[in-house]
Design a protein around this ligand. Structure first.
Ligand code: UDP
Length: 251
């Protein structure tokens, strides 16, 4: 497939979405920008978009193989992902296996407390209101999703958590929490969209509990890209590395 990149239809904090020559397809371009704190802290990291697109593609492929519907079609080249066009639902669906980050600031959980069963939390994706936490009544009253759609989103999210948690454990990575987003495809199906990357997940080294994600940037550390490259190195097989021409960096 060799799609033509068309007009820009959406520019987010770290990705741009372009039309293509096929009406139901879009190209998602992963940029090098990285932000934190509602976009107040903003920098550019060389090749971040490249690595995040490759990492996200790998996760989407694993999920598709396990029967999860995603918007992913193919990575045209690093940084440029061909996707099904979705009407996005403005929900940040956060799953937590270990308590850390905002949840320990807002509630009396201990830092690093194991959460079994995992917590699924939904925040309203809205910068003006600073992404407040929702409950189902507020979500349905705002017509963001129906109760049935919310139940479906929870069911799919639990499955995604199990698939990715097990996959990552095999690669010696802990999966404390992650944020995903869903949308509707042209048939009205709820489909996983957006990205799954160190920008949107917490990844910790299983043995040392070393942080390998965007928390390094949030905390002002300098080794952010080393961590992103380490995640790519751990989750990609040799064939993936050859394909994306990153074996020389990651071996
Ligand atoms: N997250 C995200 N985008 C957001 C908020 C959170 O991708 O706007 C991810 C974040 O990277 C982490 C998880 O969701 O993996 C839970 O984040 P938390 O609520 O703990 O917020 P934080 O402490 O990162 O502000």
């Amino acid at each position: 497939m060799n799609p033509k990149i068309g007009d820009l239809i959406y520019a987010g904090k770290a990705k741009d979405v372009y039309e293509t020559d096929t009406p139901n397809h879009v190209i998602v371009k992963f940029r090098d920008d990285i932000t934190a704190g509602d976009g107040i802290k903003c920098e550019s990291l060389v090749k971040k978009g490249y690595y995040n697109s490759v990492i996200s593609s790998k996760f989407f492929e694993i999920l598709e193989e396990s029967g999860i519907k995603t918007q992913y079609i193919e990575l045209i080249k690093p940084g440029y992902m061909l996707c099904k066009k979705l009407r996005m639902i403005p929900l940040e669906v956060i799953t937590r296996n270990i308590a850390t980050g905002s949840i320990v600031k807002k509630f009396p959980f201990h830092h690093n407390q194991i959460l079994n069963p995992p917590i699924i939390q939904m925040d309203y994706k809205n910068d003006v209101y600073h992404d407040p936490m929702l409950n189902d009544s507020i979500t349905t009253a705002l017509s963001l999703a129906t109760q049935q759609e919310l139940n479906n989103i929870r069911k799919i999210t639990f499955k995604i958590n199990n698939i990715l948690k097990d996959f990552l454990l095999e690669k010696n990575i802990l999966f404390p929490d992650f944020k995903i987003e869903y949308g509707f495809d042209s048939h009205g199906n709820i489909v996983l969209g957006d990205e799954i990357s160190p920008d949107t997940c917490r990844f910790w080294d299983l043995k040392s509990w070393e942080v390998l994600d965007k928390d390094l940037f949030r905390n002002g550390e300098s080794n952010v890209m080393d961590a992103y490259m380490k995640i790519a190195s751990l989750i990609l097989n040799n064939e993936d590395k050859e394909k994306w021409n990153i074996s020389h960096i990651l071996k």
